[in-house]
Design a protein around this ligand. Sequence first.
Ligand code: COD
Length: 318
Amino acid sequence: MHLEFKEIEPIRSMNALLDLARLIAQIKGPKKVAVAAASEAHVIEAVNEARIEGLIQPILFGNPERIRKIATELGIQADNLEVHPARDPVEATVLATKAVASGEADILMKGLVHSSDFLRAALNKEWGLRTGKLLSHVLVFESKGYERLFFMSDGAMNINPDLKAKIQIVENAVTLAHALGIPRPKVALLAAVEVVNPEMETAVEDAIIAKMADRGQIKGATIDGPLALDNAVSLEAARIKGIQSPVAGKADILIVDNIDVGNVFYKSLIYFARVRGAGIIMGAKAPLVLTSRADPEEVKFLSLALAVILAERLPYVA
Ligand code: COD
């Protein structure tokens, strides 16, 4: 059952996101999270913190001895953790994915397993979490000086999306913004420059998507592109460059062309700018928490909080 309040105040910071996740868990109880290959300290720490906060009930899949050893080293009482044994990270991922597909768990989280193995399990045609839609990754982050959250996609799943895939990447990010109470997010399709250079294939695609949005073929958002990152997020930069656009300087959602751009963007935010971020895969039968194996514990914890909100607010079908 979904939360009664369809309309929520727009979530504009990670603290507000956490408050909403706490409220949902308070009203509806903790969400069950199947953790694939859980033997990693940041994962166990994040999962345990979310458990103590009452946000989630973790179900760990992996090597029980290793998981209990890491937990004990972290000062966590291993008896509090439900562990299902698996021989290796791939088997752990298969079991965790099946637990979500069967409805035993509400959320799937990646632990110490390669992203490609984790995603292939989700995409498995027989027992995975496909819906017929494109699956794509969105990083939600906050940054000093901006009174809103940003959404960046796709820096972790779709390697080199074509026009059709890029439209679905936009739609998934828009769905996520809606779930966080942002009724009509502004989407910037990022490129190196804001002119439509016919030699830049992806910038031409951006212009097509922007036109499709103008004609109402993509709904629920204001979309423009190509835009360079500076004039997408800075009104001053947009003014200096004389750009007339309803998105310029005000973008909420930043869409990149391929996984390399997105992944470097993601990791620059986390490692250089030390922003608070949360990573999620959209488009599946359930929220999938996908962060990089080396991401800090806080990124994993915030990603779990985001997944709790989505598990409640999106019409997922197990
Ligand atoms: N959404 C829905 N279905 C998809 C998607 C998607 N994003 N990607 C592939 N599929 C479907 C295809 O339609 C097809 O039916 C089947 O899955 C297999 O398609 P392939 O052969 O193109 O896919 P794979 O299995 O070779 O690769 C899929 C991955 C997601 C594993 C691949 O795209 C990948 O490795 N992505 C990068 C992951 C990564 O390393 N990230 C690092 C950052 S953390």
